[in-house]
Design a binder for this molecule. Structure first.
Ligand code: DOR
Ligand code: ZN
Length: 345
């Protein structure tokens, strides 16, 4: 039995840090376990250009001074991205890619794209400059059943975009279906995917366990068990196209426990411990290191971290609530026992 793992400091390839008082606290939770994280640009005023990304970077660095933490910034895909701006993005050592939200699919995505095709001229320039495209892969058509939105997005839009721009590196974010795992496996090595802890842990029953569970609500929404199993299988398969991205997305408790609760699950405080728990429960703890410290870095053409993180098998409990910015946030696995602890060495 493996009781201790020492691994290169992991990368969280999909993270929401928000702003203000929330940013101050949650950025430190991530920085205590991760060496780098890809920061999502869906702020109330989205990060639509290099200059906004650089200011946001400075803000994050200010709050994480006592850690060796590098935020990898993203730009919110928008039709105003001209060649000149794309060249600045490519040249910036602080920016890693561009995040595309179909309009209206999730939190702060009302400035997203209406159709993927309207982004094709920008995809062409990104392909040329080798700037990665990070996609929230769901259709925004409310007539499409919410449990099918990822599958339909892949079939109707993503397959075509990948064919049109075969050299464009694309990350399909927070995959939640068997269809997504198959698409990624069958595509070229320009396609990869991030996997969250919640899509590994739960199927859609979790949303209705004895009542309506707002803290299990995220987008893409949790799916049937067969999909969870396919995503889990991909994560522990050792296939380098699948890597860690928590999609940790804090919302105040009052905004989740409401008549129209926000989508998003907060996992950053115990993220590495929870991933270790999941891999361990599935007899795959030896597959964790590459999933969290190597595959993502390779895809994004980054060096692996020289810093180390130690994971130890010992009793741990996820707090029931975290005090943040005069409110509460309820974390993933709130109040539950887990068997792993992490520390920096
Ligand atoms: O559940 C989600 N929350 N999914 C997303 O795509 C966005 C995120 C957020 O920003 O709250
Ligand atoms: Zn996200």
């Amino acid at each position: 039995m493996i009781n201790e793992l020492i691994i290169p400091k992991p990368d969280d390839m999909h993270l929401h840090l928000r702003e203000g008082g929330m940013l101050k606290i949650v950025s430190q939770h991530s920085a205590s376990q991760f060496g780098r994280a890809i920061i999502m640009p869906n702020l109330k005023k989205p990060i639509t250009n290099t200059s906004l990304a650089h200011s946001y970077y400075d803000e994050i660095k200010k709050h994480t001074k006592s850690y060796q933490f590098k935020p990898l910034m993203t730009i919110y895909f928008n039709e105003g991205l001209a060649l000149e701006e794309l060249k600045k993005i490519e040249a910036s050592s602080k920016i890693i890619g561009i995040k595309l939200y179909p309009k209206g699919v999730t939190t702060n995505s009302n400035k997203g794209l209406d159709s993927l095709q309207s982004g094709y001229n920008i995809f062409e320039m990104m392909e040329e400059l080798d700037i990665p495209l990070l996609i929230h892969g769901e259709v925004n058509d409310t007539n499409v059943d919410i449990f099918d939105r990822e599958k339909i997005f892949i079939e109707k839009h993503l397959i075509r975009a990948h064919k049109e721009f075969p050299k464009l590196r694309i990350v399909l974010e927070h995959i939640s279906t068997k269809d997504a795992t198959e698409f990624v496996k069958e595509s070229s090595n320009k396609i990869a995917a991030t996997i969250t802890p919640q899509h590994l842990l739960y199927n859609r029953n979790e949303l209705f366990l004895g009542g309506l569970r707002p803290h299990a609500f995220c987008l893409p929404v949790l799916k049937r068990e067969e999909h969870r199993l396919a995503v889990l299988d991909a994560a522990i398969s050792g296939n380098p196209k699948f890597f860690l991205g928590t999609d940790s997305a804090p919302h105040k408790r009052s905004e989740k426990e409401s008549s129209c609760g926000c989508a998003g699950i907060y996992s950053a405080l115990n993220a590495m411990e929870i991933y270790a728990e999941i891999f361990d429960r599935n007899n795959a703890i030896e597959k964790l290191e590459n999933f969290c410290s190597k595959f993502g870095a390779d895809f994004y053409k980054l060096n692996q971290s020289k810093e180390k993180l130690k994971l130890t098998r010992s009793k741990n409990k996820v707090p029931t609530v975290i005090k943040i910015d005069n409110g509460d946030v309820v974390p993933l696995m709130a109040g539950q026992d887990i068997s792993w602890n992490c520390s920096n060495i």
